[in-house]
Design a protein around this ligand. Structure first.
Ligand code: SAM
Length: 227
């Protein structure tokens, strides 16, 4: 049974898509998408041998070898330009996701939709999308097994009004909705930042600490302003 987290990612796959799931691990997502008729063909990319093997096993177990290709490689290097219409990258940090997109930029030609699920650091993804001509079309925030996840969906195109703070940090769609998971996440973050701030106040005064303190104060102000 697929996790709520990956089901939420799958929900945004456009029908008949050709999907590349990068950092696929056990290939649960492409297998599920294929078995549910969401995609016509899939590629599972993995950089690590162990997860690559479990992806192959999962694909074989479902008899999907003809429709899901498991490929070993770093990020988008496993796909050809124009080969896929949709890319999913889930379960990694936001900065790793953006570095995968950044180093594989030329492979994004022909890709219609990106569905990204950062465990942390959605901010850096929103910033990258904005700077690279991708428009956020939907966002979700969910809680599963006491962990909170954000799912970001983007399509080619520039947003009418480029968002800045607080949208960049909190998510334009999530901010509009402000659901209970959203409130919970940012209440926790706020407490966490205030704790660090407190520690910094007691620590040695140097330039580095001052910079960190100012960054935290800025983020605290942004989040306090919306909660
Ligand atoms: N996407 C799955 C999910 O959401 O359940 C698996 C997430 S798992 C925590 C992250 C996977 O990404 C690992 O299996 C790791 O080997 C893979 N990975 C990390 N960096 C990668 C890269 N640059 N290219 C391809 N795979 C990568």
């Amino acid at each position: 049974n697929l996790s709520e987290r990956l089901k939420t990612v799958a929900k945004y796959i456009k029908k008949e898509a050709i999907l590349a799931d990068i950092g696929s691990d056990h290939a649960y997502l492409p297998c599920y998408a294929l078995l549910h008729g969401l995609i016509s063909k899939g590629i599972a990319g993995e950089i690590t041998e162990g997860p690559l093997q479990s992806a192959m096993q999962q694909v074989a177990k479902n008899n999907l070898q003809d429709l899901i290709d498991v490929r070993k490689g770093d990020g988008l290097e496993v796909i050809g330009t124009g080969e896929v219409t949709c890319i999913t990258i889930a379960g990694m940090g936001g900065s790793l996701i953006t570095s995968i997109l950044e180093s594989g930029k030329e492979k994004l030609e022909g890709v219609e939709r990106l569905i990204l699920q950062p465990n942390i650091g959605a901010y850096s993804i929103r910033e990258w999308l904005l700077q690279n001509g991708w428009e956020l079309i939907a966002e979700e925030i969910i809680e599963e097994d006491r962990k909170i996840y954000e799912i970001l969906v983007a399509e080619k195109g520039k947003p009418n009004k480029p968002y800045k703070m607080p949208e960049l940090l909190l998510g334009p769609f999530l901010l509009k909705e402000k659901n209970t998971v959203f409130q919970k996440k940012w209440t926790h973050e706020l407490l966490h930042w205030e704790k660090i701030l407190n520690q910094l106040e007691q620590a040695e005064k140097n330039d580095q600490n001052t910079v960190r303190k100012n960054e935290l104060l800025q983020k605290i102000k942004i989040v306090k302003g919306v909660l």
